[in-house]
Design a binder for this molecule. Structure first.
Ligand code: ADP
Length: 217
């Protein structure tokens, strides 16, 4: 079972830590601010009040034994960079760091962060896309050209079979699953009928997904 440590229990860090903990993982939460630590004490396996800029403190927490360490120190850009450097020098296998800006992200990558995340930027993009699209509810960008999306059934396809929708032949996209209430139909076949209220999980090229999603015959 993987063990996680989250440094910085602000909005982002606490959300990551709580979600991992709810999924059953052991999570150590660290923050310099006692109030933050106390507010998370019941939700996480371990919580510690510590200044992670102090190398000795980091070592004494046995941080290098964790499989993944998330650096969720947000506004203190300098601290987030220094802590990332120290973690990699100590031999932590996977360091995931939160960046505030593009340049901050570049520096984090340079100093060895294994993954850099931009939660505000990414969430902003997702929300903007969801606002302008009628049916797309969520999107995972796989590459600049391809995405996996969750969408409401385009009105023109309600009560039609997957085959009739031309998803595969006409649009070259694949419907991987249909969510119907609390049921999920995995790998639906050509004769499955889409009903009003269904949510489709679809993979394909962005331009084709856009065309499919706006069909309204
Ligand atoms: P968010 O936008 O996710 O809320 P914040 O910058 O507000 O991000 O929160 C980052 C958290 O990191 C704060 O709770 C802060 O106390 C903590 N933090 C800042 N510096 C350190 C440090 N050197 N060691 C441990 N925690 C720190």
């Amino acid at each position: 079972m993987k063990q996680f440590a989250v440094i910085g229990l602000g909005r982002f860090g606490s959300s990551v830590a709580k979600t991992l903990s709810k999924m059953g993982y052991d999570v150590l939460g660290i923050d310099i601010d006692e109030e933050m630590v106390n507010s998370m004490a019941e939700d996480l396996t371990y919580t510690v009040k510590a200044d992670t800029l102090d190398e000795q403190t980091l070592k004494s927490l046995g941080i290098r034994n964790f499989d993944v360490v998330v650096v969720a120190i947000g506004r203190e850009i300098q601290a987030s960079i220094l802590v990332t450097v120290m973690l990699k020098e100590m031999g932590v296998k996977k360091v995931v760091a939160k960046a505030q800006t593009e340049i901050h992200g570049k520096v984090l990558e340079r100093v060895g962060a294994d993954k850099v995340v931009f939660p505000e930027r990414d969430m902003g993009e997702r929300i903007a896309k969801a606002l302008v699209s009628k049916n797309i509810l969520d999107q995972i960008v796989l590459s600049p050209e391809y995405s996996l999306v969750e969408m409401a059934v385009p009105p023109g396809f309600i009560n039609k079979t997957l085959e009739k929708s031309g998803a595969r032949q006409k649009y070259g996209i694949s419907i991987l699953a249909i969510r119907r209430g609390s049921d999920v139909i995995i790998s639906p076949n050509a004769s499955n009928i889409m009903l009003e209220g269904d949510i489709l999980v679809v993979i394909g090229r962005n331009d084709k997904l856009g065309k499919f999603e706006t069909i309204d015959i």
